[in-house]
Design a protein. Structure first.
Length: 148
């Protein structure tokens, strides 16, 4: 049996975008894909395709869920390579690193100021796991916001 494995970075980013922006359940209800570059051409170093932003619509109908990442603030950026995509988390870096490792995704810190965490999505099959990482970061951001 032959397996088709999606390893095109642009297609992986599109699948991730659909998963993040198209679902309206749980933590994903609070997210939007913003600043999308629809004509992005992958590069070896990776080029930004879109941002993942907290919209403020957390799906929380009674208002008891807070977040320290205000509405409209970027949670992560998605970059496209020829053979993979990666998320660059600008919030919840420690949570992203731990959740990605738990999901079996390749992860590494980026030594910038402020620091960032890179989570690599190397196939279409890893999109769901990457979505779980994003949800973990949103949950952590909510918990931090509720405790402050």
């Amino acid at each position: 049996m032959v397996e088709d494995r999606t390893t095109d970075g642009t297609r992986i980013a599109q699948l991730l975008s659909s998963e993040l922006d198209g679902r309206e359940d749980g933590e994903l209800a609070a997210l939007a894909v913003t600043n999308a570059d629809r004509d992005v051409d992958p590069t070896v170093d990776g080029v930004r395709a879109y941002d993942v932003t907290i919209t403020g619509d957390s799906g929380d109908t009674d208002g008891d869920v807070a977040t320290d990442n205000s509405a409209g603030e970027r949670l992560a950026q998605v970059f496209v390579h020829p053979d993979r995509s990666h998320l660059e988390f600008t919030a919840g870096q420690d949570v992203a690193a731990e959740a990605a490792a738990d999901e079996g995704l390749r992860v590494r810190p980026k030594a910038t100021q402020p620091p960032r965490t890179l989570v690599f999505v190397e196939s279409g099959a890893e999109v769901k796991r990457a979505t779980d990482v994003v949800q973990a970061v949103v949950r952590a951001e909510r918990a931090d916001g509720a405790s402050t």
